[in-house]
Design a protein. Sequence first.
Lengths: 480, 101, 42
Amino acid sequence: MSSGRVKVSGARNFLAHTPGLVRYGSKPTREIQSSDTAEAEILAGLRGYGQAAAYLPNVAYLGGFPPDNMWDVERPWYNKNGEYSRRHPYGEIMPEDEFYGVMRAGDDFDLLWLEESFNDEVRQKLLDHPYWSEGDLERLDKGTPLSQIEEQLAPELGNLPMYLQSGRLIGVINRAHDLDASLFSDVLLENLATKAAAVMATKTLLGDLGVEADSIPYIINCGEEAVGDRYQRGGGNLAKAVGEVCGCTAATGVDIKAFCCGPNHAIAVGASLVYSGLFERVLVVGGCSLAKLGMKYQGHLNNDMPIIEDVLAGAAILLEKQDGEGPIIRLDSVGTHPIGAGGAQAKILEELVSKPLKKLGLTFSDIDKYATEMHNPEVTEPSGSGNVPQLNYNLIAALAVRSGQLERSEMQAFTRKHGMPGFSPTQGHIASAIPFLPHALEGISGGELTRVMFLAKGSLFLGRMTQMSDGLSFIIEGDG
Amino acid sequence: MKRTAEKAGTEDLIVLLGTPNADSTELYAITMTEGDPAWAGALAGVALGLPVYHVTENEVKSQVDPDIYDEEIGIAEMVLEIDEIRESAKSVRDRVAAATT
Amino acid sequence: MDLRGKKVIALGERDGIQGEAIGKVAKSAGAEVVLEVTHCFV
């Protein structure tokens, strides 16, 4: 097999700070239903925009602070508040009001009604946004009177009130069907939010790179949403819907689903499409996971922390034909987790890491940085879920020891040198390897990094159709 | 879980954990013995009273073919805080034993 | 504690020790595996 080099032209990360939506995360929703005190506790535990924007892992995610430097910033991080910016090199953290506006802008079925004065406020704010113009905001021409919104909230109608953190009622999400659970308001809210996050990541990428939207022929969406109806609950192709809002008039698209391993599969497939010559460029996008808002909130509140799972994330990556400049993905470096590998950790890692390295004649240390499950440990540790990136780095180091390339005593130094503290929001697929993409591209272009391995996993067993997990890895390096 | 326990009969039923740290080991051990500890989960109020061991404990490891153990578990043993994990599982068992005597 | 002849519920975690791995280990000790579950902490 040839080395299959494809240019990774750019990557962008997006965040929206959405405290008003935390109540609709899966765990908060269930707790609010079953406990008298949960709603008040959750609302009291939310933090404001300034804190979320100043929060170090969020800043790192958006390119405002090198993840590697986080080793030297003592935890806890959540109480280090200070100056903040909205926009960083790899993306922005959008306030919740504008994000509702983005959701509305992509709403073809009048599912989301925005209160009229709020509608006008956010329309103006989006007009001030560098990547939104008048033509994009038709759906925000006019809002809905508050009285009509309140009527929609009669309990038997099954619609969901939309709030800001302040408690202000600014809209309603309407169910699209009385009996089809796939079109109930909670599902539609999730899907509209995912679409909006993917749209923002795409607009940021195309806008920053100066790439014309109509030059994109193919879009692959790799998020964890399920768009469908009762006859096809996961029908999908949110990719095409996202492309439409972004003006990608020459594009069609497809969704690639593999739980958290979706993005890595999507990048491997997208790169192969470019390499084959079928498409000159492919856009890979992934929206947010609304269900994961406030997922571990109880652990946070029990430890006197604010609820730090209060952001929705999105990512976009552009793949193009190799041109001798800029970082490339090597298709001959792709490692997979074959079905026969079973559930033994050593075997899985051998397939994903050892085999590709051996094939390319590389050692474990030839990879400058491994990007693995990059979940922010400050989110996961208070509820007993441990430090996921560190565990994964330890496993890679242990694999190196078992391969005879490292001494046990060198393991800690190895993880420090070739790993990073976790900085990604716990937004499912978003945290799997790809948070580090924009950083890796910049580091490789600037010469600080030579080679980065992106190693993602997926928990297929969650869907109860198989006991297996999944994984896929690839290496990105300089061209030349 | 409850369905399996009921179907299999709790006599001769043992739980083996593969949890990666002391916290989660304790949480799952308590859940399988006393029922869901903190919140309303699937096992709330259901005391299964099952014996729980972590797969890395010597009581388990000593009974396993060493090659198979190394293949399936060896690498995890190198990176997990095995002492803390073992202590976590044992302390839950001790607590349950003390409460029932 | 003797695993031989016992019935085992195997509860694993994806990035640690997966349910299937625990199951293999239990079988080699002579137990019957009645349930294998792997959790995902993230």
